[in-house]
Design a protein around this ligand. Structure first.
Ligand SMILES: Nc1ncnc2c1ncn2[C@@H]1O[C@H](COP(=O)(O)OP(=O)(O)O)[C@@H](O)[C@H]1O
Ligand SMILES: N[C@@H](CCC(=O)OP(=O)(O)O)C(=O)O
Length: 372
């Protein structure tokens, strides 16, 4: 079976140049339908699919009568506001043919970098996936100023891959994959089928050229690969210039696979254990120690004392009654709220806080045991 066939959670990124006909500025519905047929096929095979789609600016530009090149930032943002409506509607229509529900999610760089927003976005996305909807994500172009913009959806898609712990990222582009040199300028350039590490040699292959309506080029695709591999996912670049582009990858058509060594969950846990400095401490009772050893989440009921100042999403140490640190994790509540619900049953959270938070103080996906 192909690597894509084995994937369980896949993020697919679609570049503007694929969806929007350059000459007319129109959305290519026929092509989109073939792509969505493939998405339905992947889902029928048991995979969950998240879409990251560009195209809002290219679609809105024509409607507002803006030039293709050298539009000002605020003009592009205005174009995105118009084009995003068309884009979301196109996905909604195409997915509905398979009885699938589209969910529009617009993110900025802050949402994937600032811990609180990151957790909120992650919770929303995982809820959508669990409910069977297909998230269709784009950058929130209208609100983002240059400092808080991604500017390219390749890296946004890689951050989303990490955020939802997807095992596979597919970047559909106008080329079959990474070539030894830019295929536009070098007729001898050859497709690289597999990349195991992003070395200086690989970096040298990516030039800076950019297609007519896109903004990325190969450089941002390599940056995306670095993020995806760091999150334990594999990444493919393949052409979307064909009907049924995902089926083509499933049938081992031309592509470049960037192959990582870890698994998404293992990488995430390594990040929690190693890269983050705990800012608070949760003392837990013996029952909680036992539950954590069995791989369960930490519930408020098992927390007996709290120290330090932390906000939702911060890293905390979890200490056994003996004072030994047994785990680390991302806490789901601010210190003040954590204190109010400590020692209480999860069913009481809503009555105590006045709003319904998570049942867990630290969810098991956000928790790593640090003693053997
Ligand atoms: N080594 C390379 N291999 C493949 N494509 C390259 C390479 N170097 C530069 N490119 C250029 O990158 C383009 C793909 O990036 P881009 O146009 O940004 O796609 P998208 O719109 O899908 O993000 C190719 O069409 C090609 O012109
Ligand atoms: N957010 C922008 C797309 C930015 C982008 O990365 O474009 P592309 O290089 O075509 O994938 C839009 O929707 O127009």
């Amino acid at each position: 079976m192909s690597r894509l066939g084995e994937a369980r959670r896949v993020v697919v990124k679609i570049g503007s140049a694929l969806l929007v006909e350059q000459a007319t500025g129109r959305l290519d519905h026929d092509w989109l339908d073939t792509l969505i047929d493939d998405v339905a096929e992947l889902r029928a095979g048991g995979a969950e699919v998240v879409i990251v789609s560009s195209g809002a600016i290219a679609l809105g530009r024509g409607t507002l009568g803006l030039p293709r090149h050298r539009a000002k930032l605020e003009e592009s943002q205005a174009a995105a506001a118009v084009g995003q409506v068309t884009l979301a509607h196109a996905y909604q229509r195409s997915l509905a043919r398979h009885g699938l529900v589209a969910a529009q999610v617009l993110l900025t760089l802050n949402d994937t970098e600032e811990r609180r927003r990151y957790l909120n976005a992650r919770n929303t996305l995982t809820t959508l996936i669990q409910k069977g909807a297909v998230p269709v994500i784009n950058e929130n172009d209208t609100v983002a100023t240059s400092e808080i913009r991604y500017g390219d959806n390749d890296r946004l898609a890689a951050r989303v891959t990490s955020m939802v712990s997807a095992d596979t990222l597919v970047l559909l582009s106008d080329v079959d994959g990474l070539y030894t040199a830019s295929p536009e300028s070098d007729p001898d350039a050859a497709l690289v089928p597999e990349v195991h590490a992003i070395t200086a040699e690989i970096e040298a292959m990516a030039g800076k050229p950019v297609s007519g309506v896109g903004t990325g080029g190969m450089v941002t695709k390599l940056e995306a690969a670095r993020i995806a591999l760091g999150a334990g996912a594999n990444m493919a670049i393949a052409s979307g210039r064909v009907a049924h582009p995902l089926r083509r990858i499933l049938q081992d058509g031309p592509s470049t696979w960037f192959l990582g060594s870890g698994s998404p969950v293992a990488e995430r846990k390594r990040w929690i254990a190693g890269a983050l400095v705990p800012v608070g401490r949760l003392m837990v009772d013996d029952g909680a120690v036992e539950a954590l050893d069995k791989g369960r989440s930490l519930l408020p009921a098992g927390v007996s004392r709290i120290e330090g100042h932390f906000a939702r999403g911060d890293t905390v140490s979890i200490l056994a009654p003996s004072g030994v640190e047994i785990a680390r994790g991302l806490v789901a509540y601010d210190r003040e709220d954590a204190e109010r619900i400590a020692g209480r049953r999860s069913g009481e959270i809503e009555t105590i806080l006045g709003w319904r938070g998570r049942d867990e103080m630290v969810h098991r996906d956000d928790l790593v045991l640090i003693r053997s």
